[in-house]
Design a protein around this ligand. Structure first.
Ligand code: B12
Ligand code: SF4
Length: 466
């Protein structure tokens, strides 16, 4: 195992970062998206696509191989390695696990198989990256035995590989959001791109909040970096007009973190007059409720609110920074605008009791979303405050690895927590991702085949708007 070194790129010096790029000139780079999860939907490999664009701009020849699209991915990967003969291989690792309890799926063993296949066929150095890698860099480096890893954002990073001799873990952040863009010739570098019905679009990076369990500030840092609205609208228009794509997912962890920017993006989209639709994540807090009207006009059909709890004390203990009245207000405004919405919840925060569970359920009954998506227990990630809390409460040892999923359940523990929830909920619009192994159930796949208009929860039958 090579020594793991930490190197911080001088991120604010973009010209310096650009020097690194030139190192990939003329090289063949194969980017492999390792994600094979199809639930709740197959996710377009946006990270790999953005990185591909940066590499192309600096003279590399790039190809994307998406392991999620093949029935026999290792066999297909071997064929691709023989055909393309890459000089460098980038392996994109998105999910460690499905963060769901009790039916937890763990994906790392699949990544080991991909690594072994690459090593058996190619001598090209392997660079790891992606959200899973950023959360667990040292452990994955060691476990997978890669040559190099890039924590964080990868747009300007793969080129460092040669510069640094291809060893160790490096950290990267894009300081100029103009460096984030979608390749116009996507079909050349990623021929199976047409398989994806929904395409991801990112409008900004960074979240200034500090919710106690969240990895996002780790993944994208806290400093907001906003892409230009007209560039985002250009990207959508190009995909719509040249590739006939009409479904999008705005992947920002919360699109409304900066409401002014959000309004700018929506106006830019509206100005193109396109027949598109999209979904997004919002925080349940809004300054100007008329923004939901803009959302609707721009083509938004579904909003997933990162609500977590409807109990004032749990909202506070999770450090959410909004109030229960905010949840009411956004629900009303969203309904009034005619947009389907769901509330995503996490039960089991510090201080969760039968009383706080009932408060959340009562609020959900009152605001009546199209769907409630509820996690039982909080997946503990390294470097988060919930990790510290779990250690202080003796639920976790300080040196314990979190690569294999561990969950925090609050004072009730998993059994009582689940019982209190299931005994109190009513209505068919509640969905529990951890209730069973949905990934291997045929139901969601069939539904996805016939239902093409946004997230599956939109098919839930409630008395709400449809
Ligand atoms: C949007 C989103 C979704 C949407 C996706 C919609 C869509 N059609 O695109 C939906 C709702 C479907 C979803 C579902 C799930 N998600 Co999700 N999702 C996200 C979110 C918020 C953004 C992902 C994104 O597109 N980012 C933008 C792209 C550009 O970033 P990126 O892919 O990370 O790539 C960058 C870097 O990672 C790096 N990079 C990437 N690849 C490579 C490769 C190399 C070689 C290098 C050098 C660098 C590099 O550079 C890229 C550009 O800067 C992230 C959190 C986050 N902020 O990242 C969670 C996240 C990825 N999701 C997560 C999870 C757990 C899930 C689910 C399993 C939840 C569930 N139980 O249903 C499912 C799995 C779905 C699936 N099929 O895989 C976790 C994964 C962590 C983990 N536990 O392993 C995350 C990190 C959130 C978290 N809890 O911390 N998700
Ligand atoms: S949960 Fe949402 S608002 Fe909170 S830190 Fe994470 S991304 Fe930011």
């Amino acid at each position: 195992m090579d020594k793991v070194v930490h190197f911080q790129l001088p991120v604010d010096n973009i010209s310096h970062a650009k020097e690194f790029y030139s190192n990939v000139f003329g090289m063949k780079v194969l980017l492999i998206s390792s994600n094979r999860e199809h639930f709740p939907e197959p996710v377009f490999p946006l990270g790999a696509v953005y990185i591909a664009n940066s590499l192309i701009h600096h003279g590399a020849d790039v190809r994307i191989f998406d392991a999620g699209l093949y029935s026999f991915p290792l066999y297909s990967l071997k064929k691709e390695l023989i055909r393309y003969q890459p000089d460098i291989i980038g392996l994109s690792l998105r999910n460690i696990d499905n963060a769901s309890y009790p039916s937890t799926r763990y994906y790392v063993s699949g990544y080991v198989k991909i690594m072994n296949t690459i090593r058996s066929m190619s001598k090209a150095p392997i660079v790891l990256g992606g959200s899973a890698f950023t959360i667990f860099p040292e452990e994955l480096m060691e476990y997978l035995g890669a040559d190099m890893g890039i924590k964080g954002e990868g747009e300007s990073a793969v080129s460092q590989f040669r510069e640094k001799g291809g060893k160790g873990i490096y950290e990267e952040m894009v300081s100029d959001p103009g460096d984030i863009s979608f390749p116009r010739n996507i079909d050349t570098i990623f021929p199976f791109f047409h398989y994806y019905r929904t395409i991801g679009i990112q409008t900004a990076r960074g979240c200034p909040h500090r919710c106690i369990y969240c990895t996002y500030p780790l993944l994208e840092r806290s400093r907001r970096r906003l892409r230009l609205p007209y560039e985002i609208a250009d990207e959508i228009e190009h995909l719509n007009k040249h590739f006939n794509k009409s479904d999008f997912f705005i992947v920002d962890s919360s699109f409304n973190s900066d409401e002014e920017h959000m309004a700018g993006v929506l106006e830019a989209i509206i100005s193109r007059n396109l027949a598109i639709r999209f979904s997004c994540y919002l925080q349940p807090r809004i300054e100007d409720p008329s923004i939901f009207g803009l959302l609707k006009r721009a083509g938004c059909v579904a909003v997933d609110f990162g609500t977590d709890s409807g109990s004032p004390s749990i909202v506070h203990s999770l450090r959410k920074g909004f109030t229960v009245d905010d949840i009411r207000r956004v629900s009303q405004s969203c309904r009034k605008a005619g947009i389907d919405f769901c509330h995503s919840l996490i039960f089991g925060g510090p201080g969760e009791t039968p009383e706080t569970i009932r408060e959340t359920i009562t609020l959900m009954n009152e605001v009546s979303p199209k769907a409630v998506i509820a996690m039982i227990g909080i997946r503990i990630y390294p470097g988060t405050e919930i990790e510290q809390i779990a250690q202080e409460e003796g639920q976790l040892c300080s040196k314990e690895s979190l690569l294999k999923p561990r969950f925090y359940f609050g004072p009730l523990g998993p059994g009582r927590l689940s019982r209190e929830i299931f005994e109190n909920i009513s209505g068919r619009n509640w969905f529990f991702p951890g209730e069973r192994d949905w990934s291997s159930s045929i139901g969601p796949r069939i539904l996805r085949h016939f239902y093409t208009k946004g997230p599956l929860w939109r098919t839930f039958k409630t008395e709400n708007i449809s």
